[in-house]
Design a protein around this ligand. Structure first.
Ligand SMILES: Nc1nc2c(ncn2[C@@H]2O[C@H](COP(=O)(O)OP(=O)(O)OP(=O)(O)O)[C@@H](O)[C@H]2O)c(=O)[nH]1
Ligand SMILES: [Mg+2]
Length: 393
């Protein structure tokens, strides 16, 4: 047994700490734990170490949250984003903006003390400029959450098409497991089936869907409406069709119908079952369709090209990961609140409202920004953050 001693403040929590390294046997570990508990020690709460580190000023709140993200990260990119947050870039940015705003808030509050004399310490046009530049940065951060969220939870990719096109076969081929039922009966898949796959360090979440067709079957039609929902929330849509069955004209009709639903998402068109067709013939037939790929889901042909294409689409959509990316829903929420408070400040400035009213809106923005780094915290907030940790962290 080896005992390492960390003297305050040079430990993870900032307190005096000892760490015991012992034999890996669970039995010995249990005996040691029991011995300590009998002598007055207690088990740590989930996240207690990191919470103490935060309370002792070793980490700010975003850094502490990044610890949880780091433990949970399952792809190279989400690891990279969590590491970056832990280094504190994001919170430094927010702190600087907030400090600038605090200076103005102080000046405006000072005016209130001299309200009889009608003086203006805080230069309104300077304040306007500051609010505008803070808003620009906040908006960029809020936008980054869209991609941040996707990095954390996987980029949603819906596989859609007519019944029997081979969507479930494609899902299985990509995952390399028999995840979804495949059969020659049209209408086999009736519910959406999701699974994750990491390609080149990026996590994708593939969603196999019920084949799109008019149907009187109640359950199948619920499945089809779920398909349209999946189309709505996916960043990438794979339209898969049976190259042996669907004519060029019918494909165009299907694609035109689909375009009404896909909005901002990227569309990839996949000709499937190329094992039954002449590839050169297909390539001339479909040469004018953009983002077109040729695969055989069953024979596992063309899957590497598909993976490359997915990574390429991800790269073109995303920012450089070295930029700050917000991945945490709580932060995104606080940023939105701060931003809308700043809109009110801006409106107030445009209508030349009195300083005391302006001060209220500025305070609201400051509070929202403060909750991100933990300068403003409530017990409730801390509890909800740290209980999501695992014990011992
Ligand atoms: N020859 C050939 N057959 C394929 C290929 N991919 C799928 N199939 C066959 O096509 C049939 C339908 O496949 P599924 O994967 O169930 O099709 P689906 O699009 O999920 O169909 P629904 O769930 O009914 O909407 C099965 O018999 C598959 O074996 C392929 O690349 N080549
Ligand atoms: Mg299916």
């Amino acid at each position: 047994m080896l005992i390492s001693i960390f003297k305050s403040p040079h430990s993870y929590t900032g307190e005096d700490t000892i760490e015991i390294s012992c034999h890996g046997s669970p039995y010995i570990q249990q005996r040691l734990l029991q011995l300590f508990i009998k002598n007055g020690a207690r088990m740590a709460q989930p996240g207690e170490y990191t919470m103490r580190a935060f309370l002792n000023g070793k980490l700010d709140l975003t850094q502490a949250e990044a610890v949880a993200d780091l433990i949970a990260s399952n792809s190279a990119v989400s690891h990279q984003v969590a590491m970056q947050q832990m280094r504190g870039g994001f919170s430094t940015k927010i702190k600087v903006l907030r400090d600038n705003l605090i200076d103005f808030a102080a000046l405006i509050e000072l005016e209130l003390d001299f309200s009889e004399e009608d003086v203006e310490f805080a230069d309104r046009s300077q304040l306007k400029n500051l609010v505008l530049s803070i808003q620009r940065i906040l908006e960029r951060l809020i936008e980054s959450f869209e991609i941040g969220n996707v990095i954390k939870n996987g980029i949603p990719v819906a596989i859609v098409g007519k019944p029997n096109a081979g969507k479930s076969t494609l899902l299985n081929a990509l995952l390399e497991e028999e995840r979804a039922i495949v059969s020659e009966i049209p209408g086999t898949t009736r519910d959406t089936i999701e699974d994750e796959l990491i390609i080149d360090g990026v996590m994708f979440r593939f969603i196999d869907t019920a084949g799109i067709r008019e149907t009187v079957d109640v359950i199948e039609s619920i499945g089809v409406s779920k398909t349209f929902e999946a189309i709505k929330y996916s960043a990438i849509i794979i339209y898969l069709f049976d190259a042996h069955e669907l004519s060029r004209t019918d494909l165009q009709i299907e694609l035109d119908k689909l375009h009404e639903h896909i909005g901002q998402s990227q569309l990839l068109v996949l000709a499937n079952k190329i094992d039954k067709e002449d590839l050169n013939y297909l390539k001339t037939e479909y040469q004018d369709i953009s983002n077109m790929l040729y695969v055989s889901a069953r024979e596992k042909q063309g899957l590497e090209a598909l993976k490359h294409k997915l990574i390429a689409l991800f790269d073109s959509r995303t920012v450089n990961i070295t930029e700050t990316v917000v991945t945490n829903a709580r932060h995104a929420d606080a940023l939105r609140k701060a931003n809308s408070a700043l809109y009110k400040v801006m409106e107030g400035l445009n209508h030349q409202i009195p300083g005391d009213l302006l001060a209220i809106d500025i305070r609201e923005a400051l509070d929202a920004m403060g909750t991100i780094t933990g300068e403003i915290n409530s017990e409730h907030l801390l509890d909800s953050i740290f209980t999501r940790f695992c014990i011992g962290k």
